[in-house]
Design a binder for this molecule. Structure first.
Ligand SMILES: [Zn+2]
Length: 363
């Protein structure tokens, strides 16, 4: 057979079953690939890294947590999954850190953060009071039930190290805490932002203003290094640069939507107006952030998220709060009833966002 004909026949054999000659399908597969690429571990830098005197960060695949050396053992947040937890123990052993895990802190209830806890055999498990509400139908991912729970902001001390839990539920999940270790200058704030990555929040189902108000709360905290729970970590300057990007992206979108006058007809009814809006958004932001990790993967989802939020009016500054969720049906499992009673009193007295947790340290 002629060489060219052979090539055509072979090409047809490759393309036909996959449907790759369908251009729309190929474009969508490319979009899927870029989403997957965004979370590839090559972008996070794996392994165990010491980032202050008492604090390590450990990354495996796209997950990243922290380990704190205290006088009574290790404090770990999060456990993610059994594979992560096992590799964390191995990495610590190689590093010569053989202390037991004294306390595991669940940053929030999401299963991709709390799996593998049993591998770490923690003596104490700290979490928001409502985490177990979400686990009634959860698959067996190696959960350990919390033994100390809080609502609202809370400070405590374990083995000579001070910790602060900052309620940032508005950013991502109703049970979300950021963890600050003031004496080490570390802030671990899962599923909020990734330093130097183009990503407008991890979930589209929280109001944009609530998300940004939680980011402002993180900004007002004092810290030198910021650790994200997926992909990277970075300096305070990296964090500030990323927050400025988020604000700029939001302001750019709002200016475009104001010009498009959403009240005068939704632009998603009109392909020309919708494409014009996205083109303006893309063209404005690409010169500024086109070289950021995740720009190509996330520019369209970000546009859609900001558009729908604006359209629905879902930009209210009234964020999800732990207090609102504390009004929901009670928690299940091994919890500290004092914390829930205290939370209920705080709500009854209109005390709002502060305190309300059970007292004392875990040491
Ligand atoms: Zn999450």
């Amino acid at each position: 057979m002629h060489k060219t004909l052979v090539s055509i026949v072979l090409l047809g054999a490759v393309l036909a079953p996959s449907g790759a000659c369908n251009v729309k399908r190929a474009i969508m597969l490319g979009a899927v690939e870029s989403q997957v690429d965004f979370f590839r571990h090559e972008h996070s830098g794996g392994g165990l890294t010491r980032i202050s005197e008492r604090v390590y960060t450990f990354a495996h695949a796209s997950d990243r947590g922290i380990v704190v050396l205290t006088d009574v053992g290790l404090v770990v947040s999060d456990s993610f999954n059994a594979d992560y937890a096992t590799r964390l123990r191995e990495a610590l052993t190689l590093e010569g850190v053989d202390a037991p895990v004294h306390t595991l802190i669940y940053s929030h209830h999401h299963l991709d953060h709390v799996g593998g806890a049993a591998e770490l055999a923690p003596q104490v498990v700290i979490a928001h009071a409502n985490v177990s509400r979400y686990w009634d139908d959860a698959p067996d991912v190696g959960l350990v039930m919390p033994t100390r729970v809080f609502v609202g902001d809370h400070a405590f001390e374990i083995g000579g190290v001070r910790f602060e839990l900052l309620d940032v539920a508005a950013a991502h999940a109703p049970t979300l805490y950021a963890l600050r270790i003031p004496d080490e200058g570390i802030l671990y704030a899962p599923d909020t932002l990734v330093p130097n990555a183009f990503l407008f929040g991890f979930t589209p189902d929280v109001p944009v203003d609530g998300f940004l108000s939680a980011i402002d709360k993180l900004s007002s905290a004092s810290f030198d290094r910021f650790v994200a729970s997926h992909l990277g970590e970075g300096s305070r300057a990296d964090f500030d640069r990323t927050v400025a990007m988020l604000r700029d992206v939001r302001a750019t979108a709002q200016a475009i939507f104001a010009e498009a006058d959403l009240r005068d007809g939704n632009i998603h009814y009109d392909p020309a107006r919708a494409k014009d809006g996205f083109a303006k958004f893309y063209d404005a932001l690409r010169p500024r952030y086109g070289d950021w990790h995740g720009f190509d993967a996330n520019i369209l989802p970000t546009f859609i998220r900001l558009y729908t939020s604006e359209l629905l009016g879902d930009v209210s500054p009234t964020p999800r709060t732990a207090q609102r969720d504390a009004l929901l049906p009670s928690v299940r499992g091994a919890i500290d009833p004092l914390a829930v009673a205290s939370a209920a009193r705080a709500i009854d007295s209109g005390a709002g966002g502060g305190g309300g947790g059970c007292g004392g340290g875990g040491g």
